[in-house]
Design a binder for this molecule. Structure first.
Ligand SMILES: [Zn+2]
Length: 137
């Protein structure tokens, strides 16, 4: 079942968090199958796991998850494949992790309406701040 959408990052995060503290976490059937078949989702889970366990040195990508990269009011766009890919919006809220793992989430309000929560690696800045995102076409 690789035709389905990727597993949401927050689900992978919750899965990793549960694993890191030795708890059971129930994935949906399609999520479990997808995880077995999708290297990308396994990679994301691994990044979370590594960070949550805090042992192995973090890759630059993983470390980027650990500091708030965006602030409220930042213009961002979604850079990961999925239903919101390419959408632009504004960060309306920075949510600090409550579990002390330093993973931040960002609430993004889309210019086209609606909003969703993202991890730092799922969004890129638009415009001058940070200068890491591609230019607005
Ligand atoms: Zn996937």
């Amino acid at each position: 079942m690789t035709g389905a959408d990727h597993i949401k990052a927050f689900r992978l995060f919750e899965l990793s968090h549960a694993e890191s503290v030795g708890k059971d976490f129930q994935l949906d059937d399609w999520e479990r199958e997808h995880l077995q078949a999708c290297a990308e989702c396994r990679g994301v889970r691994e990044v979370f796991l590594r960070q949550l366990k805090g042992r192995a040195p973090l890759s630059p990508d993983a470390r980027a998850l650990a500091t708030p990269r965006f602030n409220v009011g930042d213009d961002v766009h979604v850079v990961v494949p999925g239903e919101h890919m390419g959408k632009q919006g504004v960060v309306t809220k920075v949510v600090e992790s409550k579990t002390g793992d330093f993973i931040y989430r960002y609430q993004v309000h889309f210019v086209t309406g609606g909003s969703d929560m993202f991890f730092a690696f799922e969004i890129g800045s638009v415009g001058t701040r940070g200068g890491s995102g591609p230019a607005n076409p």
